[in-house]
Design a protein around this ligand. Structure first.
Ligand SMILES: Cc1ncc(C[n+]2csc(CCOP(=O)(O)OP(=O)(O)O)c2C)c(N)n1
Length: 361
């Protein structure tokens, strides 16, 4: 029997609607999880650092001081909250757009600048920071994340693993293979799809005929949930519950966090060619920083001057990190041969000599 796909997917959209606790006005629409006041304030502070980093990085790219950069503006809530929910001894598998998540998990801001500068130090987290290699190849890190989580389960650890990807990544084979393994082996993994509405110029509606992205988890027997990705309270609830399930041995969760990419795909992209100004203006009203600040003001946890101070502090933190990054000498041109093999093959040795002619006999 051939099922009419739309009738089944409509059913799915009724089951998967974004969990929301804080609306765009910063008002509660349901019971809030218990979160300490200091933690709420810290969350906004970190989101502001993420936005400040983003603004600075964009302008640096325009000045030719860093290379191609993938902006995070609009996606700070999901990145910051998810990372805050992960323990330091647990591993994160990020993409090229997860700067705020990586910062919160311990990657120095300096190294996050070194990454788009093309410096190898920016491509590798310090020894004590549990962040796997940043994945630019879409979805290729997902089977690695599943493998790491599976290994941890076999070892009897009670750790959770977390990985990020975009809506576009859910059309890649690697995503499906990873989800299948995650389901079959019930690994302790939380997979976060930052559905930011676009995969470069391809809108979410054309990415998949599925009514929701969340339902793709269900197909693999993976717990699936859709959440408002600009709502810090809903994110805290959904992500911390998912991580706790993973730690308790209750298997993986696939989270579709509905957010929006306010900037271009990367600095090499011009979104004015494929999305309307009206759409952007509408989405700016859902800005997670604005929403969180409104909520904190309503609780009496944030005054105008305190918010202004947060911005000043963030800008100076980002400025200092940039100074540090720019003071680090670029690597030798042959550095990329260093970590390929313990001993270079004759062919690679020959190629290396071409980069360092003075070493040639
Ligand atoms: C395997 C692979 N195919 C194609 C590309 C080119 N590419 C870079 S980003 C991108 C879109 C990814 O969109 P999405 O997964 O939604 O993530 P977003 O960039 O929106 O965060 C594509 C196709 C790539 N990097 N890797």
């Amino acid at each position: 029997m051939v099922a009419k796909s739309r009738s089944t997917t409509k059913d799915a959209s009724a089951r998967y609607s974004p969990v929301q606790i804080l609306n765009s006005e910063g008002e509660l629409t349901g019971p809030s999880p218990v979160i300490k006041d200091e933690q709420l304030v810290r969350t906004l502070k970190l989101m502001i650092i993420g936005r400040s980093f983003d603004q600075r990085a964009l302008s640096l790219q325009r000045q030719g001081r860093i290379g191609t950069y993938a902006p995070i503006s609009g996606q700070e809530a999901v990145q910051v909250v998810s990372s805050l929910c992960l323990s330091d001894d647990e591993w994160m598998f990020p993409t090229y757009r997860d700067y705020a998540a990586m910062y919160v998990h311990g990657m120095p801001l300096r190294d996050l600048f070194l990454y788009p500068m093309g410096h190898p130090q920016g491509g590798r987290a310090p020894e004590s920071v549990n962040i796997y290699a940043i994945s630019i190849s879409i979805a290729t890190h997902l089977p690695h994340a599943v493998g790491a989580a599976w290994a941890s389960k076999i070892k009897g650890e009670k750790k959770a693993f977390m990985t990020y990807h975009g809506d576009g990544a859910t059309s890649e084979g690697d995503f499906h293979e990873a989800m299948n393994f995650a389901g079959v082996f019930q690994v302790p993994l939380v997979t976060i799809c930052e559905n930011n509405g676009w995969a470069i110029s391809l809108p979410r509606e054309r990415q998949t005929h599925s009514e929701t992205i969340a339902q793709k988890g269900e197909a693999y027997g993976v717990a699936a949930v859709m959440v408002d990705g600009n709502d810090i309270l809903a994110l805290y609830k959904v992500i911390s519950e998912s991580l706790d399930r993973a730690r308790a041995g209750d298997g993986p969760t696939f989270i579709e966090a509905v957010t929006y990419r306010l900037g271009p795909h990367t600095t090499a992209d011009d979104p004015g060619r494929y999305r309307s100004q009206e759409e952007l203006e509408e989405m700016k009203l859902k800005d997670p920083l604005v929403r969180t600040a409104k909520y904190l003001r309503g609780l009496g946890l944030l005054s105008e001057s305190e918010e202004a101070e947060m911005w000043e502090e963030a800008k100076s933190l980002v400025g200092d990190a940039l100074k540090e990054a720019e003071s680090i000498a670029p690597p030798n041109p042959d550095f990329f041969f260093d970590h390929v093999y313990a001993e270079l093959t004759p062919n690679l040795l020959k190629q290396r000599r071409e980069f360092v002619p003075e070493e040639a006999e």
